[in-house]
Design a protein around this ligand. Structure first.
Ligand SMILES: [Zn+2]
Ligand SMILES: [Zn+2]
Length: 285
């Protein structure tokens, strides 16, 4: 773990190499048959997890994407309608705070799903933990998922906050909206980046055919860069959980944030982090 607590520029080369090998092996196995695949679509655990993606789950994702898109678009229209140039001064820090919160939320949800719970948990296991387990043993599966499968669950998380914001715009007076505008700008930036998180994550695993503007944003580290995210993809996947911009990964690692949380949970409950993740990684039949 100490190795990770360095700047990105000084990350140990072996770590980078291990992660790249894991990814390349995963890609190469898409075209070959291996009964003892360590990673990739031919890994026994990956095959089993891919089969657990159900029609009901797909329907839930479609509904969430539609509802979230309608509500977020309505919220954006209200923000534009009520915009005044005097809002700009407060809007910029609000939007920045929204993006930072989205990055932290991506890390927290990712850490929680990677480290705790299991596929056996009723409802949550097969529907919401499964994609995280699949992603570690077949990291390029995400690049073969369409827009709905990639983004459905993230869109789901934004439905209630956006419904509340739209309700406020419909019921508050103009004066109340003006005084509350920076909060709404914060919430919109947060929701927008939560919606974009898994798409950004997918781009960080995509080596071919990315639009030039995506590569440009990755190179500037405005969104999650490829090399940066590779640090997470070294077993046992215990750091660099933030996958929106990745800005918080280094400070959280420096603060030993995730390790401390894990120690507290382990001491209080006796449950070891990532035991289910390890079980799936070891699956060979
Ligand atoms: Zn992970
Ligand atoms: Zn990943």
């Amino acid at each position: 773990m100490e190795n990770y607590a360095t700047t990105e520029m000084s990350l140990d080369e072996p770590i980078k190499m291990d992660a790249m090998i894991e990814e390349e092996e995963s890609v190469s196995q898409q075209n070959s048959i291996s009964k003892t695949a360590r990673w990739g679509p031919n890994h026994e655990g990956a095959k089993e997890l891919a089969q657990l993606y159900s029609r009901e789950k797909r329907l839930q994702e479609v509904i969430c994407v539609i509802l979230s898109t309608i509500l977020t678009s309505a919220d954006f229209c209200f923000l534009v309608y009520h915009f005044k140039s005097s809002h700009l001064l407060y809007m910029i820090p609000s939007v920045f705070a929204g993006i930072l919160t989205a990055d932290f939320a991506s890390g927290f949800v990712h850490w929680a799903a990677d480290s705790w719970g299991s596929i056996e948990l009723p409802i949550v296991g097969k529907n919401f933990i499964r994609p995280f387990r699949e992603h570690h043993i077949d990291p390029t599966a995400i690049t073969r998922h369409d827009l709905i499968e990639t983004n459905g669950d993230n869109f789901m998380l934004t439905i209630i906050p956006m419904a509340i914001s739209v309700y406020k715009f419909c019921t508050l007076s103009n004066d109340e909206i003006t005084s509350n505008y920076s909060n709404e700008a914060y919430m919109f930036a947060l929701v927008l980046f939560v919606c974009l998180t898994n798409q950004i994550h997918k781009w960080s695993h995509t080596y071919f055919g990315l639009p030039a503007w995506v590569t440009f944003l990755q190179d500037l580290h405005i969104i999650l860069p490829k090399q940066h995210h590779r640090v997470h993809h070294v077993a046992p996947h215990e750091t660099y959980f933030c996958i929106t911009t990745g800005w918080l990964n280094y400070p959280l690692e420096k603060l030993k944030f995730w390790t401390t949380l894990e120690k507290i949970i382990e001491i209080t409950t006796g449950i070891k982090p990532r035991s289910d993740d390890l079980k799936w990684a070891k699956k060979s039949h």
